[in-house]
Ligand binder design. Structure first.
Ligand code: UT7
Length: 338
């Protein structure tokens, strides 16, 4: 019997420490006015000392399971997929530790590395496992501690990124038209532009050719202006492909949940798709760019404040390092974020 993957639970977690633009402007060559006007970000959360990505992932995963009325026990889910750019360690993956700490037993657990598109890649993978009959329920988490890879002296990245985690539960349902079913997923990449978003050291390339790295090569780098232009086009094209596949006219979209990188990107994306700006869900002002956690945290925010109502048409799209991008659509189910 054919099954489809539908959203059954949603949860998010932000570390308590808030970092305002004023705090950053006190140590960097920037200003509150520049950050707010060029990015739309007013504040972001950064994890405290000793806090790692798995710590945030466990909190968000716990909340998503609670929202899906699932216990922290073996059998609750058949797989845990964690999208992250900031794993606890280069080896092993972080997802198995998250699964163990959540008490989920010896389930399949693995990480996905697609930077800011990671959550959409993880959703697509989880959905495929369910449709293939390999899993009935999958916990999908996007979690990041970007504060651990930011160069504190780099004003072009330090003001943009935040830490956090968001998670969903996907479960198997028999009807393709059930609210929450993931529709028309699209994924893409362009590795010829890998240099636009890069952590130079810490992997086999640097280690095999250059000896010990300069400590600064372990920091995250981004060519922001070039990334900006690519982000709008790639998310627009990917989202359009999904809409064409499922036969939804662009103006039928109630809520555009784009990767929260910059308010100007979200506005430009809405314009590219011919949608009024108000249809773009925005929480970048309060969390900054949380990379793989961005889309689920935006969903949590919009669900909690009543923006996402059952039956509304929701379009997700993300773009990030790799370069990578992706999109998916769904009809919002009757769901409370935890
Ligand atoms: O997650 C992947 C998706 N994408 C992203 O996360 C970010 C995408 N890019 C962006 O959000 C934007 O490109 C930025 C916010 C990074 C930069 O905005 P922009 O409109 O592309 O830059 P701009 O042309 O307005 O300004 C660039 C100038 C540069 O100075 P020069 O070379 O023109 O003299 C930068 O050095 O702004 C300077 N600048 C800053 N000035 C004050 C860069 N960062 C800062 C800063 N404070 N924090």
């Amino acid at each position: 019997m054919t099954h489809y993957a539908a959203l059954a639970g949603l949860g998010g977690f932000l570390p308590p420490r808030q970092v305002t633009n004023g705090e950053l402007a006190a140590t960097l060559d920037t200003s509150e006015e520049w950050i707010t006007s060029r990015t739309g970000i007013r504040t972001r959360h950064w994890a405290g000392p000793g806090v790692a990505t798995s710590d945030l992932a466990v909190e968000a995963g716990h909340r998503a399971l609670k929202s899906a009325n699932l216990p922290l026990a073996p059998g609750a889910v058949d797989a845990v997929i964690l999208a992250t750019t900031t794993p606890d360690h280069p080896c092993p993956a972080t997802a198995p530790q998250v699964a163990a700490r959540l008490g989920l037993g010896t389930v399949a657990a693995y990480d996905i590395a697609a930077v800011c598109s990671g959550f959409v890649y993880a959703l697509a993978t989880a959905s495929a496992q369910i449709v293939a009959g390999q899993a009935r329920r999958v916990l999908v988490i996007g979690a990041e501690t970007y504060s651990t890879i930011l160069d504190p002296a780099d004003r072009t990245t330090s003001v943009i990124f935040g830490d956090g985690a968001g998670a969903v539960v996907l479960h198997a349902v028999p009807e393709a038209d059930r609210p929450g079913v993931l529709l028309g997923v699209d994924l893409g990449s362009d590795g010829s532009r890998a240099d636009l978003i890069l952590v130079p050291a810490g992997g086999s390339r640097q280690r095999s050719t250059l000896g010990e790295p300069d400590p600064r090569d372990r920091y995250f780098t981004m060519q922001g202006t070039k990334v900006f232009a690519e982000a709008v086009t790639r998310m627009g094209e990917s989202a359009s492909l999904v809409l064409a596949r499922i036969g939804w006219p662009r103006d039928s979209i109630d809520h555009l949940v784009g990767h929260q990188a910059n308010i100007r990107i979200l506005r430009a994306l809405a314009g590219w798709l011919g949608l009024p700006e108000e249809r773009a869900v925005v929480n970048v002002d309060r969390v900054g760019n949380t990379s793989a956690a961005s889309i689920p945290l935006a969903l949590c925010d919009a669900a909690a404040n009543g923006t996402l109502t059952p039956g509304s048409r929701v379009l997700l799209t993300a773009f990030g390092g790799g370069l990578t991008w992706g999109a998916a659509a769904l009809i919002w189910p009757d769901l409370n974020a935890a």
